[in-house]
Design a protein around this ligand. Sequence first.
Ligand SMILES: Nc1nc2c(c(=O)[nH]1)N[C@H]1C(S)=C(S)[C@@H](COP(=O)(O)O)O[C@H]1N2
Ligand SMILES: [Mo]
Length: 419
Amino acid sequence: MPDRHVNLNDESLYDRTRAEEFLWTKRRELDLSRREFLKLCAAGGAVLLAGAILPRKAFPSIFSKTERPIYKPTPSNLFYDRNGSNQEMRWENLFDQGYAVPNEMFFVRDHTVTPLIDAGPWRLQVQGDAISRPLNLTYDDVTKLPSVEVSRYIECAGNGRSFFKAAYGKEAAGAQWLLGGIGLARWRGVPLFEVLERAGVKKSARDVMVEGLDESGVRRPIPISKAALKDTILVYEMNGKTLPPDHGFPLRLLVPGWVGVANIKWAGLIQVSSKPIFTHWNTDLYVMIGPDYKPSPPRQGPAVTYNNVKSALELEWNGKIPAGRTLARGRAWSPFAPIAKVEYSFDRGKSWRRAVMHGSGEAGAWGRFSFAWNAEPGPRTIRLRATDAKGNSQPHSVPWNDFGYLYNGMVDHPLTVAG
Ligand SMILES: Nc1nc2c(c(=O)[nH]1)N[C@H]1C(S)=C(S)[C@@H](COP(=O)(O)O)O[C@H]1N2
Ligand SMILES: [Mo]
């Protein structure tokens, strides 16, 4: 399938100036086409009801008027700013929070900028050769369908990317996340399969691709086997509130356990195909490129699908803590199984102890753990190693890949104990 979109801002070659220049021209075009679109509607042209493919540009989405790519406040006590459109959650703030990450603290990763979309004229279209009834659903239509609520995390494929530098002496391309490119929320939405069934999905269906209405039109095919699972849902509520603009209002896809990019925000179009779908989002980007990986045309390397097992402490990175008896807390997660154990080490892996688990989570949702220790003054490191119930564990090293995806090696969390 031909790729009709400009590859504006892949994770590898983030060039801010170029991206911004492009955005500004694009925004002017968008404003224009929006006016044209409204004129058309006023003239009685029932464009949306015709069921034809609408060019994304014609959607009446209004883009944030501010200079900031992200709509919500992103204060530096809550986020590390990684190039404006990537805001990393600061783990220390989870220490006194509950199971889910509050919406205000949830990391944001936009390939371009957050669009502000009006749910009134917005439509969800379902098309493709593997359905028998194309759909054109309103926001009301979608929110009236049977819904479920699940607690699941979304984790960027590049979470932990910065650790490639320590391991290989050079940076992998993309935002240099520590471990805060992840967040867990309670998501309410309609199982994707409910929508596909109403569209008369055929047995021949193989790939399902949801496309975002943002300028880069992020889209990522998933196999029907994943699309049909009951927790693969089209989300309209996050932690009991209307899905915020930065997280995909009016509708986003949740693909539990799969890399962040599969969780398409600002969903507008769903294509259901009986043939494999290829776009640069699964041939050139979000593929593993490096000496240990083989290209498989048209892909430049194996596609990234699931994330892997990881863990993090609810402590400031390079932070200071007072000396004495202290409680450390953290969370560990795996897309494959509940967490079986978390171990910690103060001597870079020579000796290990086991943390206390407070619920092990389930596949795609984290478990919490804690341990008490005697903090003696001086520089310290804490190393974690999480293992899930299927025996997946954090490795010592991770093979290099150019985009720095899926780093889940054990890391030494640095901190200073005050004297
Ligand atoms: N339409 C669209 N969907 C998108 C993106 C985007 O830029 N546009 N970013 C993806 C990436 S790379 C990640 S990691 C997650 C981040 O979700 P969040 O911003 O809600 O935390 O959204 C994914 N969905
Ligand atoms: Mo991501």
